[in-house]
Design a binder for this molecule. Structure first.
Ligand SMILES: Cc1cc2nc3c(=O)[nH]c(=O)nc-3n(C[C@H](O)[C@H](O)[C@H](O)COP(=O)(O)OP(=O)(O)OC[C@H]3O[C@@H](n4cnc5c(N)ncnc54)[C@H](O)[C@@H]3O)c2cc1C
Ligand SMILES: *[C@@H]1O[C@H](CO)[C@@H](O)[C@H](O)[C@H]1NC(C)=O
Ligand SMILES: *[C@@H]1O[C@H](CO)[C@@H](O)[C@H](O)[C@H]1NC(C)=O
Ligand SMILES: *[C@@H]1O[C@H](CO)[C@@H](O)[C@H](O)[C@H]1NC(C)=O
Ligand SMILES: *[C@@H]1O[C@H](CO)[C@@H](O)[C@H](O)[C@H]1NC(C)=O
Ligand SMILES: *[C@@H]1O[C@H](CO)[C@@H](O)[C@H](O)[C@H]1NC(C)=O
Ligand SMILES: *[C@@H]1O[C@H](CO)[C@@H](O)[C@H](O)[C@H]1NC(C)=O
Ligand SMILES: *[C@@H]1O[C@H](CO)[C@@H](O)[C@H](O)[C@H]1NC(C)=O
Ligand SMILES: *[C@@H]1O[C@H](CO)[C@@H](O)[C@H](O)[C@H]1NC(C)=O
Length: 541
């Protein structure tokens, strides 16, 4: 589709394969029907709103923010579920991001998401990962000690990852790292369940599919620089309330710069501008654009890029991986004594329940009570976490039956039927195609940089473009960007400087036509490659 590229430009582009030589809209052919803006921010999630706010903070008001959804927040998304039996009102539950991960510790920086959560008074509770009971196919089975064993091995894995990183050694899988640290679950299904809880639950991939070095970089920069705490947000206004509220500190109500319900189908980019075309036929011509679409959207060829993405960009996009993390919600009725069936163990206030299936690793392994003290107490909401492509591929009834069979093994055959049931399907959502990204073994920082790097005036931000905070709401901090919170803010600030008028030649981010070897040398750990804070700077460790 070259609808908005004059034929002359299209031909030129096919001849010049490396450079982006042709303007997306030569000045003399500006389409008067297109909305014009200095900057088009593509996506109204955490990254997009932070980018727009950075522009606003730099006194650039001529921007538009475009999103296919009807709300601000992207993957911070909620819905209503279940019913409060006294008010007959449903509850709000989070389909996407749910925790503020890493708060603050003495002497260290504060997670900027935690700062915002406090600013907007989000209701949240400390998630106690030690409040866990373990089960297998025969019901209660105490294997919680395996969690400690895993954690012992993990500290060796962390140190080894530091050695790999600083001594420029070859990266390897998290599996290799764990095995060397003498954690070898093999066919021990209780160990497999413990490992799933400790690793897959966070990274949305198994240790075999993850980089040892970068999983630890990601872990250190959040849990050792902010803190090891995870606070669960159950605010009935929805977790995205903080993003929305932050957005309306600089947007007016009914701001014409905010284009919701607008499905972008093509992005034509060049060194002089960007033209965005939407499914409804409308278009936007901007001097710069910041694309914050999820890695899943980029990988699934949802948007038609003009010209086609160069090979180096594709290696970056296809190099990183997009995970799927599914929450399967149940609401159960209380028993005649007013308690719920999972509250009959040694500690009625238990938050987590881990199931080791005898046959299949990761078979509906983690359950969480939202009914526990400090959460939506007495709501009867109980949900399952899995990274289940299977559940996302099959219908609700099939999944419900599978999970109920597990619950009966754990808690007995006489548990009641649920009164409500629901789950999102992140892997097939056309505006996300997955939940969050993960760093596969052997991906070098230079290939990842190709995912981050701009294409002429089209810049990229968003969760997956962070070398350190991928998978989280938070982004890079420090580096003089006071209170910086995501890649969106960093890119927004850069573009604001470009537009500021004083920089005639804005510096492109580096990209690598050819990436050699699979080691990461210290020379490469630079801000230019997205390395802003060192995973070695740990606080409260
Ligand atoms: C199930 C799940 C659990 C998670 N848990 C946590 C957690 O507990 N803690 C945490 O910190 N993080 C968590 N995350 C990750 C966190 O949600 C993301 O890292 C973050 O929200 C990403 O923000 P973003 O702005 O980069 O991307 P997005 O939020 O995806 O924003 C991009 C926007 O682009 C829009 N878009 C895409 N395609 C188009 C198109 N063609 N046209 C127009 N608009 C388009 C989308 O609608 C979207 O709003 C979780 C994510 C999921 C899915
Ligand atoms: C914009 O400025 C406000 C007010 O100083 C600040 O709270 C916010 O963090 C800034 N946001 C960005 C993205 O720079
Ligand atoms: C977390 O749960 C464990 C086990 O029940 C308990 O010993 C501990 O006190 C709890 N921690 C907090 C901070 O509540
Ligand atoms: C992670 O932090 C630990 C504890 O400070 C440290 O030993 C290790 O080297 C760090 N690893 C990486 C990859 O930064
Ligand atoms: C915003 O638009 C809605 C729907 O068009 C309208 O009902 C509302 O009054 C508007 N609000 C403001 C502040 O203009
Ligand atoms: C301008 O944009 C409109 C709407 O997208 C389109 O129908 C029209 O063909 C475009 N005109 C030119 C000259 O490109
Ligand atoms: C249900 O609503 C009642 C009345 O508002 C309230 O007191 C109670 O806390 C609610 N229950 C839950 C679990 O939120
Ligand atoms: C956007 O439009 C494309 C093409 O018509 C369609 O395939 C896709 O599902 C739409 N996306 C959303 C989120 O509606
Ligand atoms: C650009 O330069 C002018 C004059 O030196 C100065 O007043 C202005 O603040 C500068 N703008 C930016 C964005 O740096």
């Amino acid at each position: 589709m070259f609808t908005y590229l004059p034929l002359r430009g299209a031909l030129l582009l096919s001849l010049l394969q490396t450079a982006i030589a042709s303007p997306a809209y030569p000045r003399n052919t500006q389409n008067s029907t297109c909305t014009k803006a200095k900057v088009a921010v593509l996506g109204a999630g955490m990254a997009g709103i932070a980018a727009a706010q950075s522009l606003h903070n730099a006194s650039i008001s001529d921007f538009v923010v475009i999103d296919v959804n009807s709300y601000i927040g992207g993957r911070v998304a909620h819905t209503t579920f279940g019913i409060n039996s006294s008010t007959k009102q449903p509850y709000t539950v989070e389909l996407g991001a749910n925790w503020v991960q890493g708060l603050v510790s003495d002497g260290g920086p504060e997670n900027p998401i935690w700062t915002l959560a406090k600013k907007w008074g989000l209701e949240n509770t400390y998630s106690n990962y030690s409040s866990i009971q373990t089960y297998d196919q025969d019901g209660s089975a105490d294997f919680a000690r395996l969690l400690d064993n895993f954690e012992d091995a993990y500290s060796t894995v962390e140190q080894d990852a530091g050695t790999i990183l600083t001594q420029n050694l070859q990266d390897r899988t998290m599996r290799t790292g764990l095995s060397i640290a003498d954690w070898k679950p093999k066919k021990d299904m209780q160990m497999q369940a413990a490992e799933w809880w400790e690793f897959d639950w966070e990274y949305a991939y198994s240790p075999d599919q993850s980089s040892q070095t970068w999983a630890i970089v990601n872990y250190n920069t959040t849990f050792y620089q902010f803190s090891g705490d995870n606070n669960y947000v159950f605010d009935q206004r929805g977790f995205n309330y903080f993003i929305e509220s932050e957005a309306y500190t600089f947007l007016q109500s009914n701001d014409t710069r905010l284009h919701l319900n607008t499905n972008i189908t093509s992005i034509a980019y060049s060194n002089s501008g960007v033209t965005i075309t939407n499914a409804d036929g409308s278009c936007i011509q901007a001097d710069y654009a910041i694309c914050t679409f999820s890695l899943g959207v980029l990988q699934n060829d949802v948007v038609d890029f003009q010209p086609a993405l160069p090979a180096w960009k594709q290696t970056g996009i296809e190099g990183m991986q997009m995970g799927t993390y599914t929450k399967i919600f149940f609401q159960f009725p209380p028993g005649s004594d007013g308690t719920f069936f999972w509250e009959h163990g040694p500690d009625p206030a238990t938050q987590f329940f881990l199931y080791a299936d005898p046959v299949e690793r990761g078979w509906y392994p983690v359950f969480q009570s939202l009914s526990a003290p400090g959460f939506i107490e007495g709501s009867g909401i109980f949900f399952c976490n899995s990274r289940s492509y299977r559940a996302e591929q099959q219908d609700d009834d099939a999944t419900k039956a599978e999970v109920m069979a597990v619950l009966k093994k754990m808690f007995g055959a006489d548990i009641p039927d649920p009164i409500d049931f629901m789950y999102p399907r992140w892997s097939t959502e056309p505006w996300a195609y997955g939940s969050y990204s993960n760093w596969p073994p052997g991906l070098s920082i230079e290939t990842h940089q190709n995912l981050r790097a701009n294409l002429g005036r089209l810049w990229f931000a968003g969760e997956a473009t962070s070398a350190e905070y991928y998978g989280f709401l938070q982004g890079r901090v420090l580096m003089g960007l006071k209170g910086a919170y995501t890649e969106g803010q960093a890119v927004g600030t850069t573009i604001a400087e470009c537009i500021g008028g004083n920089k005639t030649d804005c510096k492109s981010e580096p990209s690598y036509q050819t990436v050699r070897g699979c080691t990461t040398s210290e020379r490469q750990l630079t801000p230019e490659n997205g390395w802003f804070v060192s995973s070695m700077d740990t606080f409260g460790f």
